[in-house]
Ligand binder design. Sequence first.
Ligand SMILES: NC(=O)c1ccc[n+]([C@@H]2O[C@H](COP(=O)([O-])OP(=O)(O)OC[C@H]3O[C@@H](n4cnc5c(N)ncnc54)[C@H](O)[C@@H]3O)[C@@H](O)[C@H]2O)c1
Length: 359
Amino acid sequence: MVFDEVARDGHEQIVYGYDEVSGLRTIIAIHSTALGPALGGTRFFPYESEADALTDVLRLSKGMTYKAAAAGLDLGGGKAVIIGDPRTDKSERLFRAYGRIVDSLRGRYITAEDVGTTTTDIDLIRRETKWALGISVAEGGAGDPSPVTARGLFNAARAVAEFIWGGSDLAGRRFAVQGVGKVGSAFVQLLVEARAEVIVSDAYEAAIKTAVDTYGVRSVPPDDIHTVDCDFYSPCALGAGLNERIIPELNCQAIVGSANNQLATDEDADRIAQRGIIYAPDFVVNAGGLINVYDEMLGYSKMRALHRVDGIFQATKTILEMSKSEAVNPNQAAVKVAENRIREIGDLRRFRRSGDDRN
Ligand SMILES: NC(=O)c1ccc[n+]([C@@H]2O[C@H](COP(=O)([O-])OP(=O)(O)OC[C@H]3O[C@@H](n4cnc5c(N)ncnc54)[C@H](O)[C@@H]3O)[C@@H](O)[C@H]2O)c1
């Protein structure tokens, strides 16, 4: 029952879109517009069932609400999924039909790229709606946000180092990076430049080879990366990797990674804390990409975007210090920061600014 699922996490609106000609089947989920338009990427994925697609889009859109709020942006949370195989089912017609559906929401939902979509796809969507961000540099946009996400991770790792060891220098620190795709490889580059020691892995053999050849790092098989004796474990692949089975096998001091929804369940944050490992919440440390596309809304300034992304250093430190002083785990601290902001700033709209102000 769709309404039961929607009610569970308090989503505002779900939109189903279909185009017979291109085979487009999409679900757009708006979790919250309390702080602003619901911004979140479009995931193109061959879901086994409609139910799987709905579950995923509901979970991801809620995560975007918290990410935007924790980053202090005037944005709500939303996400979209397109059911299909990104290698075979993409077409201009499909993305333009999708763009028209996004446009019908008149800015309540703003889209961007996600797993399975690229800036090229966003450029096509943009031909039908202005509510699409992360367009290519050639079209006047900010381009792929992944290197900026990596910069945010790097700042977060420095903040964690300062919190644990009293100094933010990462030289000589050992990192185990799971997944060297767009974000993971850019992160490895920053770490190597900072003279950290890096060990990588990936499910895709060619990605490992590229990282090893390009950055001169070591690698281990995919099943072993989380067991590497290191200072930082960095999940930069898929979600739910921190779970009941994996956490007892971790051999790190801290966790800082880009993957969304790293914790399989909320209890996993306690399991990590009980092992004495510092977990930097995913939705705080991986907000760089969101901050970058948000800046496009303001008329993109790279300098302003990077300046904001560097704020992830302080945001991470604040959450770790709050977790210590309030004796809660870092995930709970970050959720609290986000919920406080949604309550306080979201409430501002009761002050109407003018007769025609509908925001
Ligand atoms: N791209 C961004 O700006 C951004 C922003 C915020 C969050 N994220 C999240 O960060 C993660 C990485 O994003 P990306 O854009 O680099 O994606 P990507 O697809 O470019 O890279 C992911 C890599 O992980 C590898 N992988 C998949 N399963 C694995 C496993 N079990 N073990 C080891 N490696 C595995 C893949 O082969 C791939 O190389 C995703 O969870 C994404 O949602 C990305």
